[in-house]
Design a binder for this molecule. Sequence first.
Ligand SMILES: N[C@@H](CCC(=O)N[C@@H](CS)C(=O)NCC(=O)O)C(=O)O
Length: 194
Amino acid sequence: MALKLFGGPRTRASMPRWFMEEKAIDYELVELDLQSKQHHQPDFLGINPFGKLPALIDSDVLLEDGSPLKLFESGAILLHLAENYSGEIITPAQRALTSQWVLFANSTLSIALFVPSNREREFPRLMETLNQQLDPERPLVGDCWGAADCAVHAYLSYLPLFFPEIDLSPYPVVQAVIESTSRRPAYRFVMGYA
Ligand SMILES: N[C@@H](CCC(=O)N[C@@H](CS)C(=O)NCC(=O)O)C(=O)O
């Protein structure tokens, strides 16, 4: 199998894994145990020298020295999959907009959620705008659900899991997106709900 995803329960590997399940992309999952520090072992540091999950090996893409492509950062992995395996990126505009949303999710949105000092300042502003931009019935880019939706919806879906105390009622569209994500079979499978 060309694609090997290194992940573990409750890690950001769930995002590219969810994407591969949605798009029926074949992959092998290698689960590392963070408790026993498997991600700090030399074998894995040869794949991601920062010792963080997720990472991906794509043996269909070879580097100049003939070795397979090794990728870290969930956003880079997602963009590689979208570009090469899902057929969803056809035009330069789709490529640019998909990158925009994946980077927004992994940087701006992620920081607003997980850095406490930013949460107070940034969170309401981002949620208000997302509430206007999102539509549970319409993909963010192109005509079908894709990497942009995967990244943004994955982060929004962390909200009820990590911050159940946050009142999302001022953002009904965001709530609807979280609700519809939680019903997707591939998402439920990857999150261990199915
Ligand atoms: N920005 C990175 C974050 C990677 C990251 O922090 N992964 C966590 C799991 S979600 C990890 O491997 N933590 C273990 C460690 O840092 O030792 C990405 O999106 O891939």
